[in-house]
Design a protein around this ligand. Structure first.
Ligand code: URA
Length: 457
């Protein structure tokens, strides 16, 4: 889109003031602002103030669309239109223990769909696919546009981060929002996710919108609004988009932490993933295969995915991707190649009863306290630390029974991890009913509440 404002017209202070008072920023102004922010002309401190004003005042649909388009225009689009294969990706709004992308990307690519996946880093209390991938020794997430394109052509999949070429404005803004408590906003999340995904040149997009206490939008109504907003934004920009609402009132799977999650994802690709992780993976994978036209029915999609795992094609595809991106592919057969924590300790039940809650925010904050996440933009991430939590809501436990393992750098980390688990895991006389793992499906035609049968397909 052409810019009608030159950089000399930019007065970011005036935009902050206007937004602070509840005014509106016009599309051309968004384009100029984002362009100058990506170029380093608008400084972080002004953008932080503007993001907080947007967070508090909201954006109307026109503003959100302009922000999304401006972020998309800040970089290039991966042009894969010459490929015969459909190009479909999945993105999550963020969770704890959410390693679905690590399983789905190779799995769906093994079934003949091109998956040009652009992911993010940890955000707030949630983990990021890029941080997880970088725990694989040698793995490079910063591919050039040409490298990413060539890899998708050759292998059907690349798993990369934003660079100066791919959605650079969202990369800067995402890190800034993480450090300034401005993540939990429907228009900001929608613009961020959809800008990255449209840069991939997709023919279909599947979104995993988390709900529950560990999600950025905990309430069902807000989760549905976020899903509808993104589905509309994607669809009106020419990419058929479907969203599923999935549970984030407890961590997904057992492993929470970068290298630990890679290991669990590898087990999942070998057919040994935890049931909840596989249910969410298969539900989202089904939507990807249906959008791609590779499967005609949900049953056929599920059969194809199970077969690709059972026959080893999905795990082989992950090894190929890792090797192509400079990592050690041996990790797929031997996860012990991953960096290991220096210290670990078992967390046990303080009393007999039922596991009432495993609170994802406390677990996510615990990972950050252990050094496995960020509190400032500059922080480096320790790939080895985190938790493996075997206890799930509803489990009956006896006093002293092992519920989880803390992985840390040292004794201080072990103490911080134990404290986080004491906050996260509640044992009571009765369990609180957990949310259904996959509860709603949102398409351009509306919202469908999924019954137990459809959710499990
Ligand atoms: N994931 C993103 O990519 N962006 C957000 O703003 C939140 C989650």
């Amino acid at each position: 889109m052409p810019h009608s404002l030159s950089s000399s017209h930019i007065d970011a202070r005036a935009f902050i003031e206007r937004k602070r008072e509840g005014g509106r920023i016009a599309p051309a102004e968004w384009h100029a602002l984002i362009r100058d922010y990506a170029d380093g002309i608008v400084p972080d401190y002004q953008m932080s103030a503007l993001m907080m004003a947007c967070f508090l005042r909201g954006l109307d649909t026109g503003e959100m669309t302009a922000l999304m388009e401006a972020m998309l225009a800040s970089g290039a689009t991966i042009d894969l239109t010459h490929l015969a294969a459909p190009r479909v990706d999945k993105h999550s709004t963020g969770g704890v223990g959410d390693k679905v992308s690590l399983v789905l990307a190779p799995l769906i690519a093994a079934l003949g769909v091109a998956v040009p996946m652009v992911s993010g880093r940890g955000l707030g209390h949630t983990g990021g696919t890029l941080d997880k991938l970088e725990s694989i020794p040698g793995f490079r997430t910063r591919l050039t546009l040409a490298e990413a394109r060539a890899q998708v052509e050759r292998l059907g999949c690349a798993m990369i981060g934003q660079t100066a070429e791919i959605a650079p404005a969202d990369r800067k803004l995402y890190a800034l929002r993480d450090a300034t408590a401005t993540v939990e906003s429907i228009p900001l999340i929608a613009a961020s996710i959809v800008s990255k995904k449209l840069a991939e040149g997709l023919t279909g997009l599947v979104l995993d919108v988390k709900r529950g206490s560990g999600a950025f939008m905990p309430e069902l109504a807000r989760g549905l609004e976020l899903a509808r907003t993104m589905v509309e934004l994607g669809t009106t920009h020419g990419v058929p988009t479907v969203a599923l609402l999935t549970a984030m009132d407890r961590p997904l799977g057992r492993a929470c932490g970068n290298a630990l999650e890679i290991e669990e994802a590898i087990h999942a690709l070998h057919g040994e993933g935890p049931a909840d992780l596989m249910e969410v993976t298969f539900a989202l994978g089904t939507e990807m295969l249906l959008l791609a036209g590779v499967a005609r029915t949900a049953d056929a999609a599920r059969f194809a995915m199970t077969d690709a795992i059972r026959g080893g094609a999905a795990a082989r595809k992950l090894a190929e991707i890792i090797e192509a991106q400079g990592g050690n592919p041996g990790v797929v057969e031997d996860p012990a190649v991953l960096p290991q924590a220096a210290a670990c300790e078992i967390f046990t039940a303080v009393r007999e009863g039922v596991v009432a809650r495993v609170e994802p925010r406390a677990v996510g904050r615990g990972i950050i306290a252990l050094g496995g996440g960020r509190t400032t933009v500059e922080d480096t991430v320790d790939p080895t630390v985190g938790f493996v939590i075997s206890a799930s809501p509803g489990d009956r436990v006896s006093s002293g029974e092992p519920l989880a393992t803390v992985f840390a750098r040292d004794a201080e980390g072990i103490a911080a991890g134990m404290a986080a688990l004491r906050e996260a895991i509640t044992i009571a006389d009765a369990a609180v009913a957990p949310l259904p793992l996959v509860s709603h499906r949102v398409t351009a035609s509306g919202v469908e509440e999924l019954g137990a049968h459809r959710a499990a397909v």
